[in-house]
Design a protein around this ligand. Structure first.
Ligand code: DLL
Length: 433
């Protein structure tokens, strides 16, 4: 179902006009309300009335996570604190969290874009939405929650944790849509199999999974184990939270709700705008938000844009499933490696399980990559030779796909720590040295 057909299927000319009007009003608002932006505009000689169309966006300054840190906690807010009705925060890997705020109108926009997301996943008022994203400062739980209420679904706000109870509630309350990170979906699926619960005894039909990168192979695993359609949903706190983009049932790219968040793809090194079809860093400009409308915010997420009309009828721009971050890329002995590439290699093999950990270290000035991967328990009761052969096969597949050598450590099922939120796939000990 299409929640807002008027917008989601609008012809491009009208959409571009709408975006231009909104952008123009936003630039003016930022000029007068956010000293940080006024200073940036003045430095580049931009006056409030200068920006009228979206092709002028490329003249405007970028915003980075560092800018948010430098202005911690509320320095980039565009409204007085009396207008702010909610605050969320995302925990960074280092230092202070990134704090984001919402006015009452922002919360309405958020519910609207999440309603579009859930509808694109096939959700409606007859659905029972099991929300296992964390509730709290993380935007996942509460973000999905209000959108789910808006479409009239029955909301089960379980939050993360307590896997056994999650399974019981899903069975007893007849959950039809599961909302959580893809890694937790897989964990739930395995716990379900271990507990002897068959997927037929559940009413689940779809899942809305996001908040971390996941591959097509992982999608297949989840779909097979839970017998559902796994929909990729994307968002980030700085832009709004979940509800920035979502796949539809075609599962062929994520529709970006570009009437609110204008996307661009730039070269992460030169910051030059790239044409559609080329991979680069995704950048967003918020044109409707009130409390924290960021201009050309650099997400560090890598993707490709596609403006062709989708088979579902939506005309809004699509982004490719995003598989890596410009800062999440590992450089091992000079070779660029994305954890998702290793995930693909591992999941293409039937013997391995989708739980892995990449340990990177530096010994005698040489980068060492060790890949820990879980294998079926039965391997450990077999002869040693079988384990050795499997290890060699994985090493060979990694080397031939990525062009780097890795040592492989096979571990028994459930050795690698599970996460109820975002999975931790990489431990880079080089940073500590
Ligand atoms: O993760 C918001 C969210 C919640 C999205 C629930 C989807 C579902 P942050 O904690 O600020 O916000 O993290 C944002 O997570 O820049 C991406 O690197 C990554 N990310 C989010 N969704 C996806 C996805 C939420 N579908 C950061 N695929 C983003 C790949 C994703 N990466």
């Amino acid at each position: 179902m299409i929640w807002n057909e008027y917008i989601e299927c609008m012809d491009r000319e009208r959409l571009v006009k709408l975006q231009g009007e909104r952008l123009s009003a936003m630039v003016e608002k930022l000029y007068y309300n956010v000293p940080f932006y006024r200073q940036k505009f003045q430095q580049s000689g931009i006056e409030p009335g200068d920006v009228k169309k979206i092709d002028q966006l490329k003249k405007l300054p970028f915003t980075t996570k560092q800018d948010l840190r430098d202005n911690y906690p509320f320095g980039l807010f565009a409204v007085p604190s009396s207008e702010v009705v909610r605050v969320h925060a995302s925990s960074g890997t280092t230092g202070k969290p990134t704090v984001v705020g919402y006015t009452r109108k922002d919360l309405e926009i958020w519910s609207e874009v999440v309603a579009r997301t859930l509808s694109a996943a096939g959700g409606g008022k007859n659905d029972v939405l099991h929300i296992a994203y964390g509730y709290g400062l993380f935007t996942g739980g509460l973000g999905i929650h209000y959108g789910a209420e808006k479409i009239g679904a029955t909301v089960i706000p379980v939050s993360g944790g307590n896997t056994q109870r999650q399974l019981q509630l899903m069975q007893d309350l007849g959950s039809t849509i599961l909302a959580c990170t893809p890694s937790y979906a897989l964990y739930l699926a395995e716990a379900m199999i271990d507990a002897g619960i068959s997927s037929e005894s559940l009413k689940l039909k779809a899942g809305v999974f996001g908040a971390e990168p996941w591959t097509e192979e992982m999608r297949r695993e989840i779909e097979n184990k839970l017998k559902i359609k796994a929909i990729d949903i994307y968002g980030l706190s700085e832009v709004i939270g979940p509800g920035v983009a979502s796949e539809c049932s075609c599962q062929n790219g994520l529709h970006i709700f570009e009437d609110h968040f204008i996307p661009e793809v730039v070269d992460p090194h030169t910051l030059e705008l790239l044409p559609d079809g080329q991979i680069g860093e995704l950048v967003f400009t918020c044109v409707t938000k009130e409390a924290l409308p960021l201009l050309r915010y650099r997400t560090r997420d890598l993707t490709v844009l596609n403006r062709e009309k989708c088979d579902c009828g939506r005309t809004i721009v699509r982004m490719k499933k995003c598989l890596g971050r410009s800062d999440g890329m590992l450089i091992i002995r000079g070779v660029n490696v994305f954890p998702s590439q290793i995930e693909t290699v591992l999941l293409e093999m039937s013997e391995t399980k989708p739980h892995y950990l990449l340990m990177v270290d530096r010994v005698n000035n040489l980068d060492i990559l060790e890949v820990w991967v879980e294998v079926e328990g039965q391997f450990f009761s077999d002869e040693i030779k079988k384990l050795e052969d499997l290890k060699k096969k994985i090493q060979h597949n990694i080397e031939s796909t990525l062009g780097i050598s890795a040592t492989v450590k096979l571990v028994e099922p459930k050795t690698i720590e599970r996460s109820e939120g975002k999975a931790k796939r990489v431990i880079d000990n080089r940073k500590l040295k």
